[in-house]
Design a protein around this ligand. Structure first.
Ligand code: SRM
Ligand code: SF4
Length: 580
């Protein structure tokens, strides 16, 4: 298939000319003065006196997929001992659509054992994160990733992040084609970033007169920009939370094109009403060969009109609301050179995963394994990392990471199913899939102890919280009821909690906001029901609502829909109304 040529701007659009340089935020100046993200990172890495890098290099390294963190469990003790914080780094791999070969898996596994505290984490955007990486280990880790064609370029930072895609390109021809487009969109939107090659691979700087970043210029995007591709009826990527979402439309002869959705996002700040989660608007249909042109046009509009003064309001969703949807659509159409066709009808049924074995159109088999909160490690009686290493050694078909933090052992020939089943049994992993409806649909962000922004636990609290809610559901005869629950350690919403039927966001240690009424397949924002409360209040409230739901729900009515119909929370129609 021929893709439309890229309308990448040939000029250095390092800033929006409507926003004078002296009024730009400090991060804009940092980017502009960073020598295309080189900063002093190479020097910081050599500094033996500290386990950290400088403050400005910390920010620039994000564009290279690396976050400086410190172990927050040790923070107070180290302060008492007058030691610097236990600095370490999170390293995020760029992995479009969560597709990973068995060879890559074995390398990731070896690196996690050597440098990453013997753990890997599947993120909510279908990639791997290493935690606990020391400064000296960064280069060896990144160089080793390079040997299996993996990198961490723009996995974080003000650029196009890892592109998501409905899981498993082997399920059908449409899945394969959509994944191929997602991968191309990811490769296309990636910053050129020579700094990465120089700093991490030790390559020489190449002198040249052409701009290093023809699209991004010197100041990249105003903020992170997230793209995702989804294949109805499964909204596994939560397409309405993406800055730019492509919703696949297939006809009798295969993939025809995409409905385009713009302006989604979750992040907000408590007590800052100008910040809010927002669901993307569907603005029309495009033929499949226009994906890159649309992606360029939408990103260019945000690049040029996004707020570069106030980072709290620099995401595309605010540009859409501030400029107005009609204005934004006209601007996108002008840049891409064609108008959107009317959107086609689509129907989603769930945003969850289907567990166990499934068979693709081509007869190959795929096994989805439940991974609680995406954490891959070895625990007594549950040697997940060891078991998956053996599976990767025995099975050449590769893996898929799901946006719900689960794992697919993909592309298995019928004759090898027994082998995989045997390994899953042997390592005690088959029983991981025996979970309640709530558990199968629960997501937690990382939060403590690595996330510097966490206000409360999430991943570490989930295993203690879920049995208590399961007990309530069981008491009311709803043990198998699929209900989406998402918990984040702060309002940034990395587990996409504002579309869950039950959402929790951390306010302080042991304290959360409770949200109810999200749409089961990610189609509606929820609404705050209780503010800044502890476990007892959360469980008591859920007991009341769940008991009522068990008594009076309509046939097939979802928990989130019921919470609104029964008047526990009002329906939120637009992101702007979320805080009112
Ligand atoms: Fe996130 C920041 C982890 C998906 C919204 N996120 C962070 C940082 C890097 C904290 C920081 O800035 O210091 C967290 C690192 C914690 C750690 O120790 O690993 C972090 N975010 C994650 C991950 C790992 C959560 C997880 O448990 O899987 C996810 C990695 C995704 C990936 O592979 O790229 C992750 N983050 C998300 C999502 C979900 C999504 O994209 O589908 C969101 C909500 C959607 C959105 O962007 O609106 C999300 N993360 C944020 C925000 C709020 C952004 C905003 O618009 O206000 C922040 C804070 C920020 O950027 O300032 C943040
Ligand atoms: Fe950290 Fe907050 Fe994201 Fe959780 S939601 S990973 S606590 S930034």
């Amino acid at each position: 298939m021929d893709l439309a040529p890229s309308p990448h701007a040939p000029t250095d659009r390092s800033r929006d000319l409507s926003q004078p340089l002296d009024r730009l935020g400090p991060d804009e100046t940092l980017k502009a003065d960073s020598d295309q993200l080189r900063g002093t990172i190479a020097l910081s890495l050599l500094d033996r006196i500290t386990g950290a890098v400088t403050e400005s290099d910390t920010k620039l390294m994000k564009f290279q997929g690396i976050y400086q963190q410190d172990d927050r469990d040790l923070r107070d003790e180290r302060r008492r001992q007058k030691l610097e914080p236990a600095y370490q780094f999170m390293v995020r791999v760029r992995l479009a659509g969560g597709v990973c070969t068995s060879e890559q898996w074995l390398t990731l596994d070896a690196l996690a054992r050597e440098h990453g505290g013997e753990t890997l984490r599947i993120t909510t955007r279908q990639t791997f994160q290493f935690h606990w990486v020391l400064k000296d280990s960064l280069r060896p880790l990144i160089q080793k990733l390079h040997t299996v064609l993996l990198d961490t370029v723009s996995a974080c930072g003000d650029d196009a992040r890892g592109v998501m895609c409905s899981v498993d390109p082997h399920l059908s021809a449409v899945h394969a084609e959509v994944y191929d487009l997602a991968k191309r969109a990811s490769d296309h939107a990636i910053p050129r970033m020579r700094a990465y090659h120089e700093i991490w691979y030790g390559e020489e700087r190449i002198a040249g007169s052409a701009p290093e970043e023809p699209f991004y210029g010197r100041t990249y995007m105003p903020r992170k920009f997230k793209i995702g591709f989804v294949i109805p009826p499964i909204n596994d990527i939560d397409v309405y939370t993406q800055d730019l979402g492509f919703i696949a439309i297939a006809g009798p002869d295969g993939l025809e094109g995409f409905n385009v959705a713009i302006g989604g996002g979750m992040g907000r700040t408590d007590q800052a009403p100008a910040t809010y989660p927002r669901l993307a608007d569907v603005i029309g249909f495009i033929p499949k060969d226009q994906v890159l042109a649309v992606s360029d046009a939408v990103m260019a509009v945000q690049r040029d009109f996004g707020d570069r003064r106030d980072r709290a309001r620099a995401r595309f969703k605010y540009t859409v609301d501030d400029k107005g949807l009609d204005w934004i659509v006209r601007e996108i159409e002008a840049r891409q050179g064609f108008a959107f066709a009317p959107a086609r009808p689509v129907a989603f049924t769930t945003n969850g995963d289907t567990f166990g074995w499934r068979q693709g159109e081509d007869g190959r088999h795929h096994y989805t394994l439940f991974v609680e909160a995406g954490r891959l490690d070895n625990r007594p009686g549950r040697p997940l990392l060891d078991g998956l290493r053996e599976i990767a050694r025995a099975h050449p078909g590769g893996f898929r990471l799901t946006p719900n933090q689960n794992l697919i052992i993909a592309n298995v020939a019928a004759r090898d199913r027994q082998l995989i089943d045997g390994l899953l049994e042997g390592f005690g992993l088959a029983e991981l899939n025996v979970q309640s409806g709530l558990r199968r649909n629960a997501i937690a962000c990382v939060a403590l102890p690595t996330c510097g922004l966490a206000m409360a636990e999430a991943e570490r609290y989930l295993p203690a919280l879920l049995p208590q809610i399961d007990a309530i559901l069981e008491r009311h005869g709803l043990a198998e009821e699929p209900i989406t629950l998402r918990i984040s350690g702060c309002p940034n919403g990395c587990s996409r909690p504002y579309i869950a039927e039950i959402g929790l966001t951390g306010r302080a240690p042991g304290k959360y906001n409770l949200y109810l009424g999200g749409g089961f397949h990610g189609q509606r924002l929820n609404k705050m029901d209780l503010e800044n409360v502890g476990e007892a209040a959360i469980l008591a409230r859920l007991d009341t609502v769940i008991a009522h739901y068990a008594r009076e729900r309509l046939d097939g009515e979802r928990f989130g829909d019921f919470a609104i119909r029964a008047g526990y929370v009002p329906e939120v129609k637009a992101g702007r109304d979320f805080n009112t």
